[in-house]
Design a protein. Structure first.
Lengths: 365, 366
């Protein structure tokens, strides 16, 4: 979720004070994605067969509580214009960063998550609570032999004499200085999931943003629609409630066959992609709950508070399940036990129930 | 932990199509229209089972706009009557997603397009139109200015022995049939770095949900966004603030620009307002047609009044465009033949533009 923190910081830089849950919500990042692929015992990435778009490279057994939207919806919701590109030549890349910094504009860069964290030793910058969670994620990445992009940092300065750049990272308590060469090494990947591929973004934010009520209302409708009427893609990837149903069916099937490798693969993805800012493994359901609470006030719709509470409970259900899987599946190389299978069924039913309750509530907005 | 290799030349895979045999997406229906982006979106939506006219696409995409800014190379004033990122806005308002991709790696750009075509998807790309022979024949604009913001849809390809003898089949808004260009021409057009808005190899992937939002809802969203972008743009060269600058300053051009540059700028402005894929009247006619359709679908008297306003605006912009054309031939004529009368026309345009936006606001408050 560090792209959410990044965008909040960008808006703040330009004079707009939106909370993290609101930025999360208007970015449309609550959802569900599942891609089974050729899951049995396979490591690494599946290559171009599931490339919905360049640099996507969706791996087998992938699970996430969001979509591939990046910040596209956030831009639409806030009427922000984005200049973007990809610079594969190192000197050009740095000149571009310097040009925008000299104009007074921070530059958003995508990096390989694991590479970045290694290069800067992120643990020295984060609070101890998050360090523990990040360490577990890296362990899971190693186990599954999975590197990914989808990690977002902001360049806010440079030192030409030392050939270094200064960055803000959502997880960091301090500004990070890194050499230009190291930064390029972190961004110069194009065959991992959501490859950074030297992508950069600069934002042009209006002095006045659209009315927050219509923004929040539109975002809620978008997210609910994409859960209940999922995206159709070629090649096929499963989204929304259908994706969740497919995941649960897959997990049951693999458990019945005692396919420990397949289960471990899915569990790794769940562990990596469910970790949220509250040190919970909840697929951002807590964040979504917080967004609903704020939406209740913004839209003057108290019913949303009840649904927010339900998602807060659901978040804890996910957290309990994934922590249990971490222990049993990843640490002890086992398949799912009956309790865990019941838990995931229960979660699926709640996700189904709550999203339709939400749909009925926002239908009256 | 494995490390991926640095970026290199990705392998390009063709479908099992015989060399020198055209593969064209059978479900893609090429149609003509007034404006490249809106028309291509209408075609792509149709391909995805969503039938929306070009005009509705323009309105849902909040296409109404205005830009007045000075560029550097060449140092001309760039004036355009529409906004940007239509494709993304249309998709967002329908509940879908348009994922843009830009890169300076031409091989990767080619691979991205072929991957989509091989997956049975048409590909909307951004190009510098001056690289296509069929474009140069039709528009003489490209002798003076390069414009990297033209949109075409690639609906098929024909692999050959080399890039010179491999071809793309393009759906271009102003032509009755698909146009054929070589891979080399396409690469140059997509990667061109000349002009005001380089294409940067931009192309889109479109993804839609099983059920999109209703067109009526999307129309409202488009109008709401358009009011915002016109009244509160991110920079005062856009929207109503930009228009105010233009109306105030254009008559000073004769005193601030050398004659050759002045004529070039006047001719370019005339073309951008009236000729090259605007639907005429600096995009106000296509927006008027959108409002007409919207007023019928939403049964709104206010939108019907707004339609009349924008229809008249289209006439005003056309009148101004032809004055600019006259001035491009002889700076003593056209807008400077009678500056007082021209200023009255500019004032009328500004007044009507503001009135139009107020009418749209009134509709939103209903």
């Amino acid at each position: 979720m560090n792209k959410v923190g990044l965008y909040r910081d960008i808006l703040h830089f330009y004079g707009h004070d939106y909370s993290l849950p609101v930025v999360f919500g208007i970015s449309g990042l609550w959802g569900f994605t599942f891609h089974a692929g050729n899951i049995a015992g396979k490591k690494g990435h599946s290559g171009s067969s599931t490339d919905l778009f360049p640099d996507y490279h969706l791996p087998d057994g992938f699970v996430a509580g969001e979509y591939f939207l990046g910040l596209n919806n956030a831009l639409r919701a806030t009427n922000v214009w984005c200049q973007r590109g990809a610079k594969n030549n190192k000197p050009d890349f740095f000149e571009l960063l310097k040009t925008y910094i000299n104009e007074g504009r921070p530059v958003h860069i995508e990096v390989n998550r694991a590479q970045w964290i290694r290069k800067i030793s992120l643990n020295q910058y984060v609070c101890p609570e998050w360090a523990l969670g990040l360490n577990w994620i890296h362990r899971a990445i190693s186990l599954a032999n999975l590197e990914s992009g989808d990690y977002h940092i902001i360049c806010i300065g440079y030192n030409d004499e030392n050939s270094t750049l200064f960055f803000l990272d959502y997880y960091s308590l301090d500004c990070i200085e890194i050499s230009m060469d190291d930064l390029f090494d972190c961004s110069n990947f194009d065959n991992i999931y959501l490859s950074p591929a030297n992508k950069w973004y600069v934002y042009y934010v209006p002095p006045e943003l659209p009315d927050i009520r219509s923004t929040v209302s539109a975002s809620l409708k978008f997210m609910v629609n994409s859960m209940t009427n999922p995206f159709r893609t070629v090649p096929k990837v499963e989204f929304g409630l259908k994706g969740l149903e497919s995941l649960v069916a897959m997990v049951h099937g693999l458990s019945a066959k005692q396919d420990v490798a397949g289960i471990a693969r899915i569990t790794s993805h769940m562990l990596i992609n469910s970790y949220s800012r509250n040190s919970l493994y909840d697929f951002n359901r807590t964040m979504f709950s917080d967004f609903l609470k704020e939406s209740a006030t913004i839209l003057n719709k108290p019913d949303l508070e009840n649904i927010a509470w339900q998602y807060a409970v659901l978040a804890k259900d996910w957290d309990r399940l994934i922590k249990s899987l971490k222990l049993n599946v990843l640490d002890q190389n086992e398949s799912l036990n009956e309790a865990e299978l019941n838990q995931i069924n229960n979660i699926k039913d709640k996700e189904h129930e709550y999203v339709y309750a939400l749909r009925d509530t926002i239908g009256t907005i | 932990m494995s490390m991926s290799t640095p970026l290199g030349t990705p392998s390009v895979q063709y479908r099992s199509v015989e060399k020198n045999t055209a593969y064209i997406l059978p479900a893609y229906k090429h149609r003509m229209g007034s404006h490249c982006s809106s028309l291509q979106m209408s075609n792509i939506l149709l391909f995805n089972g969503i039938e929306i006219s070009e005009e509705l696409c323009f309105g849902i995409g909040a296409g109404l706009g205005f830009i007045y800014r000075k560029a550097f190379n060449p140092p001309l004033y760039f004036i355009l009557g529409r906004s940007d990122e239509l494709e993304e806005k249309i998709c967002y308002h329908l509940g879908g997603v348009a994922v843009p991709y830009k890169t300076d790696n031409n091989d990767k750009a080619l691979k991205g397009v072929l991957d989509l075509l091989n997956n049975g998807q048409p590909v909307l790309v951004n190009i510098d139109a001056s690289y296509f022979p069929y474009m140069r024949k039709k528009f003489n604009l490209f002798e003076n200015v390069r414009y990297g913001g033209h949109r075409v849809t690639i609906a098929g390809y024909e692999p050959g022995a080399s890039k010179d003898t491999s071809y793309f089949y393009l759906s271009d808004y102003a032509w009755t049939d698909l146009q054929k260009v070589s891979f080399v021409e396409m690469e140059l057009a997509r990667a061109s770095d000349a002009g005001q808005t380089p294409p940067d190899n931009l192309f889109y992937t479109f993804i839609f949900p099983e059920k999109t939002f209703s067109i009526e809802e999307a129309i409202r969203s488009g109008i709401r966004l358009n009011v915002q972008t016109m009244l509160k743009p991110w920079f005062p060269v856009f929207g109503i603030p930009g228009l105010e600058k233009f109306c105030c300053r254009i008559l000073t051009w004769k005193h601030t620009m050398k004659e050759e540059l002045l004529k070039q700028n006047l001719n370019m402005t005339y073309m951008m307002m009236e000729v090259v894929g605007t639907g005429g009247g600096n995009f106000r006619r296509i927006y008027a047609r959108f409002l007409k359709q919207a007023s019928e679908m939403l049964e709104s008297e206010t939108l019907l009044q707004a339609f009349n306003s924008y229809r008249r605006l289209g006439d005003c912009w056309k009148e101004l465009a032809y004055l600019l054309k006259e001035s491009a031939e002889n700076p003593e004529k056209g807008i400077w033949a009678n500056s007082g009368s021209t200023q009255k026309l500019l004032d009328e345009i500004l007044f009507k533009e503001k009135l139009g936006i107020e009418q749209l606001k009134e509709f939103l408050n209903e």
